[in-house]
Design a protein around this ligand. Structure first.
Ligand SMILES: [Zn+2]
Length: 211
């Protein structure tokens, strides 16, 4: 079974072994490794960028068998390979993704239920349903709560229960999640709640993080 190191480690570089490399669609080659630091696209999060032996990784996706595949323009020989995950890109996604969790926890406290999240740059949002007839939050209040948590530098912790990965922010609560996250909430500095839309008891909170 492939070791998905990104679930337990924030390292950006390691040596792995290429087990398979085959021609795929669109003049791309799919590379399967014994272990990987690359987070595949999924769970509302884009994939990591980076290189294998210096060659650009164009896309990373999980196949039906649960293996993470790395797509490149070149065919690589089987055997050892050096992985390098792009730090800037990883951090950008981890910040947007972690901010989505934080917003989720804060709004769920008031009775809403988070049902969807999309953490792509320029279109980040969390969507909630309203099973308890809760009042919609005010944008300024939510912004203030987020700012307090950022100031408090609450730690993000990963744990496994019955093989399920859980991601917690301080004592706010946890979500089951396979994504990448920052280490504490101070890294979410620059978070801006752009707007809150409430349409027929479906609440969407749109946000961005200024660099
Ligand atoms: Zn997450």
């Amino acid at each position: 079974m492939q070791d998905k190191l990104y679930l337990t480690s924030n390292s950006l570089t390691c040596v792995a072994k290429i087990l398979e490399c085959y021609h795929s669609e669109n003049e791309r080659y799919a590379v399967r490794l014994d272990k990987t630091l690359f987070h595949p696209q999924g769970g509302g999060q884009p994939c990591d960028k980076g290189t294998l032996n210096g060659h650009e990784v164009l896309h990373v996706a999980q196949n039906r068998d649960g293996h993470v595949l790395h797509y490149l323009h070149v065919r690589l020989p089987l055997g050892p390979v050096e992985l390098q995950v792009d730090r800037v890109h990883r951090l950008q996604h981890a910040r947007l993704h972690t901010a989505g969790h934080m917003i989720g926890h804060l709004i769920e406290r008031t009775g809403w239920q988070a049902v969807k999240a999309h953490h792509w740059r320029g279109e980040s949002r969390v969507v909630f349903l309203n099973p308890k007839n809760a009042l919609p939050p005010f944008l300024d209040d939510l912004s203030d709560r987020c700012a307090e948590l950022i100031q408090l530098a609450q730690p993000i912790s990963i744990s496994f229960r019955d093989d399920k990965r859980q991601v917690a922010i301080g004592t706010l609560g946890h979500y089951p999640c396979g994504g990448t996250h920052v280490e504490n909430t101070s890294e979410l500095n620059g978070l801006k709640i752009i707007r809150i839309k409430n349409k027929k008891d479906e609440l969407s909170v749109h946000y961005e993080i200024l660099d």
